[in-house]
Each structure stands twice: as C-alpha cells, then as structure tokens.
Design a protein. Sequence first.
Length: 559
Amino acid sequence: MNTDYSIVVGGAAGLGSRRAGLLIAKLFSSLGYYVFIYDDYQSLIRGGHSFSNIRISTSKKLSYCSRIDFLIALDKRTWNEHQSELKKDGLLVYNSDNFNVSEVQAIGVSAQAIVKNVGGKKIMENIALLAAFVKALGIEWNALKDLLTKEFGKDRKINLEIAKKSFEQNKSLMKIKKTRRKKQFFLVTGNQAIAQGVIQAGMKLYFAYPMTPATGILHYLARCGQNSKIKTIQLENELAVINAALGSAYAGLPSAVGTSGGGFALMTESLSLACQAEIPLLIINSQRAAPASGVPTYTAQSDLSFALAAGHGDIVKFLAAPGDAEEACYWAGRLLSLSWEYQTPSVLLVDKQISESTFSFDEKILAKIESIKYLKDNNRSEYLRYQDTKKGISPLSFPGEKGKVIKTTSYEHNEAGNTIEDEVGVQKMQDKRLRKYEEMKKAVEGMNTVNVYGNKKSSKAILTWGSSKGPAKEAAENLNIKMIQLLVLQPFPIKEIERVLEGVKSLILVENNALGQLGSVLTSYNIKIDAKILKYNSRPFLAEEIEEALNKILKNEKK
C-alpha cells in the first residue's frame, strides 16, 4: 500500500519554520519513509513568509503537491496563505496565542505560553507545534525524544522540556506506522550531494563567491574542510573565483567553482581560456529565475542555451543536467573526472529546485564515482605541454617537476606552449582539440546519458531534463506513457536519443522556461516536437500540472 502525505510548515523568516520542517522530515525518515522537501523563501533576513513543503511517501517522489494533508502555521499569515491548499479532511496545527481558527479540523497550541513558562526563546515555539503535530499523528514520544536529543546540543534540555509539555497537552488523532523498510536513507540537499560527489572524485580546492542558490555548496564544503584536506576559498567576485581555480588546476590540484547565472556570465571569458589552455575545471551553475537578478530565491531552467554556447570561439566542453540529488552527486564527480581525463572544462547545470531541496539519498551512489585519472607524462625527453597526439589528449605535467618547463597561455600556441599566428600552426592545434572532442563524443556514447521511465512501449512520450524529471516522471506513470530524461547535453547524445525515440509518434516537451530551450536543441538535430508544456513563473513544475496539460494535449490529438 502506497502512503503519501503532504505537509506545509510555514512562518515569517526567523521563526524556525525550515528547522521544524527538517525535523519532521528526519522523523519520518527514521520511520522508513522517503522524503522530499521544497523550501520556499523570500529574499529577506527577517519577516515576509517562508515555508517548507514536505512530501512523505512509501515510494520515491521528487516534487511536492498543490493539496496538503497537514498545515503547521507558526503565524497567521501562513494560515492565510495556505488555507485554500488544505484538504477537506486535512489537519491544521497552529499557534493559538497569536490567532484562532474554527472552520477546519485544528489543534491550537499555546506555544508562546509553553515556551515562556520554561524560559525559552521565541524561536522555540516551533518545537511546541512540532510536538503537538507528532502527538496528533500517533507517533510515540520516544521517537521524538530521540530525534531532538540527536539534533540539539546547547539548548537540548529546554527544547526537550518544551516538546514534552506540548506533547502531553495534546491528543492523538490517527496512527502513522513505521514502514517495513529496514534501510534508512540520509537526508541531504542537492548542494550537499554535489559537494559529496566532487569530494569523492578527488577535488582539492573549491572556489566561490556567494550567490543563491549555489551558496550551500560553499558553506557545506567549508564545514567539511575543517576535518579534511579540502580547501574552500571565498573570493571577492566570480572573475577572481574562476581564475584562481584555473591557477590551482594548472598547478595540479583538481578544482571546482560554483555560482548562478549572473556569476556564470562573468566567468565565460575564463571558460574560453580553460578550453584554449586545456585546463581541467568543473563549473557548477545553479540556475535561478532570470534575466539579471531576476527572482533570486526561486527557480528556472532558463540557462541551457547560454550554458551550451558559453565561451567564445570553437571550444569543447562537457555539460550534464542531473534531475535529483543522487544524479547531482554522481555527475558532479563524473564531470570533474572527465575534465581531467580530457583536459577541458565541464559544466554541471542544476537549479534552485535541486540545489536547495532536501532528498532521501542513497549513499551507494558514491561508490560509482571514479577517482580522477589523467594521461601522465613519462617521457624523459623535452616536455611538450600540448603534444599533438592521435586522440588530441596531451600528457600532463605540473610546475615544479624536475627538468620540465610547463607553459600555458590564452593565445593560440604550438606544442611547446609558445604563441603562434601562422595559419598552418593555428589549424593544426584547432584540429588537435577537435580530435579530442571526437573522443569526448565516444565517451558520452558509452555512458548512461538518457533515462526512460513509465510505459517504455508507449507511442506517446514526454521529454525533459534537470529538475523537471520528478514531476514529469510521476505524471507519465499516472497516464501510462513514456517519459524520457536527458542527462548529458554536450556532447549531445544523438544516437541514444534516436534509439529511445523509436516508435514514438507524439513527443511532448516539458521545460521550466519560457522559450522551450531544449526544444531548440532538438530541432537542430531534426527531432520534431509535437507539443510543449512550459512553466516560467519562477516556481517548479508540479506533477498534477503536467498531467493536466498532457490530458488536454492528448485529448486534442484524438480529435
């Protein structure tokens, strides 16, 4: 039997709604459920309205729902904003010291009074509401006690006292049972998964300038670096970030950088430098709603065209767009390894939906990430940094190695790294890089670059990429049609796409942007799109939105 619950926890920034949401998620995870959390917050330090939309299920889900079973309101605005989303038989848990509700099934908690009586802080009111909610679900006190004991250090005693009082003052309304699943998954954000992936591959230095929604990678790696050999460096802007990373990679230390669209735009000149100088580097671009500053704490898939074309000149690079935390972890590490194997930059294209959402995460994916390997120079004769080899990949050495001169340059150069301008030499080196790109294409052909879900024999299919994977997969399964997810977009896996499109008579594109950017890519490869489902209001797709749009399209096709 599939159990599926949707929970919203909300309040003004500073009231602890996000922490309460994460505690709920961890509690359900300990009971064997899959968890997905989408955090919605405004670009504010205090005030406004923030909420966590939590999906709890016995099967893996990667999107939230528009209708919710439980609403936990830390303030009145949360009730006002979300009351229309609460199902008729749904439950409201709210702070009755601030407002009253009588029109729905509700549990009013005197959170302010409970916290004041034990000498707590205002932010601890979230624990009082959490405890009442847990009691209402029929979950045992010891489960909540164990969770809070693990989660709190300094304020553990007082939070436990608040939780105990609230738990005892309220009653059970139902019984949530533990699943039969023995394995308990870790809960990680997409940014944390990306960080784990690059660590696993062998990254030594991470450079960044804070930019939502990629900042979580910087913070997580900074904490990890305290207990490891990884160095995390925050610099003054994105230009400094990418150039410092190129310098460290040139010196032999695998490096990565993280940013969002505006920062990535600043990095593109140095991206071309990385291609010309054949310096390996991973660039993580976590998209947000744009253009310009756009809607900085919300999501979109609108950087694809830019990322594919980024960098001036005839350049070669890898670009992958994972659809969940496990894929983000794997492809972050895989791209870093590929960058070093082929001595060229790679771009990992994610977005706010992936970066800042929380997922049930199977750590087994880490074992699939290969450590960095590269073609080493073992020749005792004169070292040629850009030796013109059959595959276009030159042996790699680093400054400080005895008897070797390691040159690099933004100019076109000969095999030794000296600047050239003659037409024969220029074409020779460009041909060298193009041969390398042919090898990159072959490598892509041997990878899992396309996923297929749903009814694989269906003649109707939806095609998507990135974070739209989750809701598109759910919609396709509900309608018993095929769903195709593109993972690698450069070099484009045309052979694999053509293979999975065999027998498909109606192809529908699903993208979180206004222009159907993947559709333009497919058209360039003579792949016909029959219809498009596009969303561009800075919010991610919901499965029911895609399903509703698909029903209309399929109904019209029958006419």
